[in-house]
Unconditional design. Structure first.
Length: 174
């Protein structure tokens, strides 16, 4: 069955936070000015925790965990993929072997109808085993070899108020 989530020690994960002299660094400073509770290092530490939880929840079809961390539209996409996999009699096998780096790639601050939102794109580089097994338990896609994955995840939140945590708003290979 699926192995437990194994994550490396925090010191082994490289965090790349843009410097204040860059466009993205300036946007991070603006975000901190709008939300005194935000800091880039703890944000990435949280991404480091959430990433394996979301990856494993998807592999295991754990919709409860996915609903916690995903915006509704992304949840619907993940749910549809899980349903299709289940209907095909397939099983996802995923093991995260190492989380190599987390890099803030972009920041967007928006105001719509008087509501301030923030979105942060994070490039996540990890070593994983990821494959889908068919009804007979044979590999359908992926490989049982450790492979480097580079993903770009977008986290967003509504600024201000309580209980408005960061949620996954987009995920794609990068």
């Amino acid at each position: 069955m699926d192995a437990p989530v194994e994550t490396p020690e925090p010191s082994t994960v490289a965090y790349d936070i843009p410097t204040p002299g860059t466009r993205v660094g300036q946007l991070l400073q603006s975000l901190t000015q709008q939300d005194a509770t935000f800091a880039a290092q703890p944000f990435l530490a949280n991404v480091r925790t959430v990433f394996p939880q979301v990856v494993m929840a998807y592999a295991e079809g754990n919709r409860t965990v996915l609903q916690t961390y995903l915006v509704p539209a992304v949840y619907e996409t993940f749910d549809a993929a899980i349903k299709a996999r289940d209907e095909a009699g397939e099983k996802q096998r995923t093991e995260i072997k190492a989380l190599r780096s987390l890099a803030i790639e972009d920041v967007r601050l928006n105001t719509r109808d008087g509501v301030n939102t923030a979105a942060i794109d994070v490039r996540i580089v990890s070593d994983q085993i990821s494959l889908v097994l068919d009804r007979e338990g044979q590999p359908a896609t992926g490989t049982d070899a450790v492979t480097e994955f580079s993903d770009l995840w977008t986290f967003e939140r509504v600024m201000g108020g309580s209980g408005n945590g960061w949620r996954l708003a987009a995920a794609r290979s990068a």
